[in-house]
Design a protein around this ligand. Structure first.
Ligand code: PMP
Length: 351
């Protein structure tokens, strides 16, 4: 092997869900929101001036951090924004997980965590979920270099009550605990209040799911000022201008329209609950999702077969070919119409 070859940083990359190139598909594979963003975002688009493209965006992203701070009733310097929560969490790994001790996260969880850990050479130890896919807080009582878990968890959709979340925090006062709340708006309670109670807690959320803006790439973290300062120091050592002007303007418009946001989220919850009933009738079972997806397994037909047959019908869901969950499908909650077409297709497949 040539020296330059041995100097390459080799990583096994994260594999995102497929973005099909064909039209006429029902896309239930990447937990996107089936509804458009707030009409206020459309108005914001009209106000954009193409000539402003020549100017760098505000490196502090003050408009957006200010709007998010106001929404949550926290201080502006308790908010950090990034290019989707992927960017935010990746920066958190780089900033906070610098111990020789392993960081802890669930064995069935967002698969990007181990990818970032490998990329940044952070040791990690996955903690097994129980047989019902629940996180066992006492698995996180051991000595570690940091803790991260999604709530609700992905891809299971299972929500952990806040007293269990707080239990994990209480047992981990010496490390940073990150709660990845990508799906919290679909029925769970946010751990946001803990950021003022515990100096080591970071809550991360995203505009990608509940705010219908996966394409604009906006994520944010809320924590105490010292953690946010540390995060910004690393960000400014990496790339000063992560957020572009368009994303900033759209993000501000979106967070200021709470009425539309709540309407949209409630509609998805309603559709999800109806989908749970239909799936049960078809012989599926699943952990009780509080997210915008359902993680379902069928009593007799293998998940892989269902996945492939749905794809032939241009219905995309997510299948993870990995131990423990290889007989499950992660189905994003779409519109009522999309879900009804999905159920018709499933009826034929599992009959
Ligand atoms: N956390 C979890 C648990 C996710 O499922 C996702 C979506 N893939 C993300 C974070 C990242 O989402 P985004 O970068 O679009 O904010």
């Amino acid at each position: 092997m040539k020296e330059w070859e041995s100097n390459i940083r080799r990583v096994e990359p994260y594999v995102p869900g497929e973005q099909p190139k064909i039209s006429d598909v029902i896309k239930l594979n990447t937990n996107e929101n089936p509804y458009p963003p707030s009409p206020a975002v459309k108005e914001a688009a009209k106000k954009l001036n193409i000539n402003d493209c020549r100017l760098y965006p505000d490196p502090e992203v003050s408009d957006l951090t200010g709007a998010i701070a106001e929404f949550y009733g926290v201080d502006k310097d308790q908010v950090f924004v990034g290019v989707g929560s992927d960017d935010v969490i990746s920066m958190c790994f780089l900033t906070f997980f610098n111990s020789d001790k392993p960081i802890l996260f669930p064995n069935i969880s967002y698969s990007f965590y181990s990818v970032w850990a490998d990329l940044y050479r952070i040791p990690y130890e996955k903690q097994p979920l129980d047989k019902d896919f629940k996180i066992n807080p006492s698995d996180y009582y051991k000595d570690n270099g940091g803790v991260i878990f999604p709530n609700p968890n992905a891809p299971t959709g299972l929500y952990m009550e806040l007293d269990a979340v707080e239990d994990i925090i209480r047992h981990n006062q010496d490390v940073v605990v990150i709660i990845d709340e990508a799906y919290i708006d679909f029925g769970g309670k946010s751990a946001m209040d803990f950021v003022n109670k515990y100096e080591n807690v970071m809550v991360v959320q995203t505009f990608s799911k509940s705010r219908s803006m996966a394409g604009m790439r906006i994520g944010y973290a809320i924590a105490n000022k010292a953690l946010i300062k540390a995060l910004n120091d690393v960000k400014f050592s990496f790339n000063s201008y992560t957020m572009n002007r368009t994303s900033i303007a759209y993000g501000v418009a979106s967070i200021n329209d709470n009425e539309y946001f709540e309407k949209c989220v409630n509609k998805i919850i309603e559709t999800r609950e109806a989908a749970k009933k239909s799936l049960t009738e078809l012989g599926f079972s699943f952990p009780d999702s509080k997210s915008n997806f359902i993680f379902a397994t069928h009593k007799s037909v293998p998940a892989k077969e269902i996945f492939e047959k749905l794809k032939e019908k241009h219905i995309f869901v997510r299948y993870f070919n990995q131990p423990i969950i290889d007989n499950y499908l992660r189905i994003t909650v779409g519109t009522d119409e999309e879900m009804s077409k999905l159920m018709d297709a499933l009826k034929e497949i599992v009959a």
